[in-house]
Ligand binder design. Structure first.
Ligand SMILES: [Zn+2]
Length: 352
């Protein structure tokens, strides 16, 4: 199913490109700017089974994006400057803003040198537990479990289930099924328990994954001293905020910010909601983020920034630079807003 969805999206993007419809749509859907969402930036792998590939782009694709923005005369600006332009309604020039979720070390090793070359500021949203080395990057742990297994036994809805994982396509199907099951569990501790049990049975060390991929507090301290870098918050535990009781959600928002401020010695005023979709962040979370003192908060809802977005500063949409669509031909489609307009059914603002 996921493969089919990728094919449909790619066909849509290509149709927009080849019909040049994005040129016609730009004045209506191009907005005043875009906030790009990225996770990993690192060289590609050749493995057939890469279920999390949508979360990574290559340095080459990031460079192509930066070159494209330059050729279009689009300013690359920080989140502080996005906030200023929206509040002061300064829309004389189109802008792009680069944001990276989770705090991966490859952001420092591969993205920073490139962004420096283009003098491009960017924001990295940190999950406290990931910097602590104790976080659960369960989607990556699940990939590791399946990559080395021939089959997986789990109890789904009370029934013992054996899932085949013997070929790359079976592994992908197993990942899709288990990923949807884990995200659908009633509470965060259910997810922790189940992925913990799978990892224990298959010899996968979640803490090692975390320490291997994420910057530590010491590394973040040095990283944040770079004038191009803004550090934002991404909660304490990377939980789905909408599924937490209100006091817990408040604590996740306030304590993560204090923890980062203690390390970087600077106010932290920008937030990214973990998962960031409608099920993880909606009206209550947008209000809680505002009350917690965040000036901006980004979602994973697709969309460009319009003047009317200024009324929803803690519900900002983003444009994903998705590893499954690393084709330079789609860049003009993405910056035209035609792609996000297509995904949104041609609505400009979606902040309810
Ligand atoms: Zn995240």
């Amino acid at each position: 199913m996921k493969q089919l969805r990728h094919s449909v999206i790619r066909a849509g993007l290509e149709a927009l490109y080849f019909t040049r419809a994005h040129h016609l749509l730009r004045p209506i859907f191009g907005g005043v700017g875009a906030i790009f969402m990225l996770h990993h930036v690192r060289p590609g792998r050749s493995d057939e089974f890469q279920p999390n590939r949508h979360l990574e782009v290559t340095p080459g694709f990031l460079r192509a994006t930066l070159l494209h923005l330059g050729s279009e005369g689009i300013d690359v600006i920080s989140m502080d400057e996005v906030h200023r332009r929206l509040v002061e309604r300064d829309f004389a020039r189109r802008f792009a803003c680069f944001t990276f979720d989770d705090g991966y070390r490859d952001n420092r090793d591969y993205a920073l040198p490139l962004l420096r070359e283009f003098d491009a500021p960017f924001t990295v949203y940190i999950t406290s537990d990931f910097a602590e080395g104790t976080g659960r990057l369960w989607w990556i742990a699940l990939e590791a479990v399946i990559a080395n297994a021939h089959s997986i036994e789990v109890e789904i809805g009370g029934a013992a289930t054996r899932i085949d994982a013997d070929s790359p396509s079976a592994k992908q199907a197993a990942f899709d099924r288990l990923h949807d099951w884990l995200r659908g569990l009633p509470a965060e501790h259910d997810l922790s328990r189940e992925i913990g049990a799978l990892c224990a049975r298959h010899g996968v060390d979640q803490a090692a994954i975390c320490r291997d991929l994420c910057m530590s507090w010491d590394e973040l301290k040095r990283f944040s001293d770079d004038p191009l870098v803004t550090i934002g918050a991404h909660t304490l535990t990377h939980c789905s905020l909408a599924r937490q009781a209100e006091p817990t959600a408040r604590h996740e928002l306030a304590a993560s910010r204090e923890r980062i401020e203690a390390v970087v010695q600077r106010p932290v005023v920008h937030l990214a909601y973990p998962y960031g979709d409608r099920a993880a962040a909606s009206a209550r979370e947008f209000a809680l983020a505002r009350e917690a003192g965040y000036r901006t908060a980004v979602t994973t809802r697709p969309g460009m920034i319009f003047p009317e977005t200024a009324k929803h500063l803690t519900a900002l949409p983003r444009v994903s630079l998705n590893g499954n669509y690393q084709d330079v031909r789609i860049l003009p489609v993405l910056t035209s807003g035609a792609a996000t307009a297509m995904w949104n059914g041609f609505r400009r603002v979606d902040a309810a």
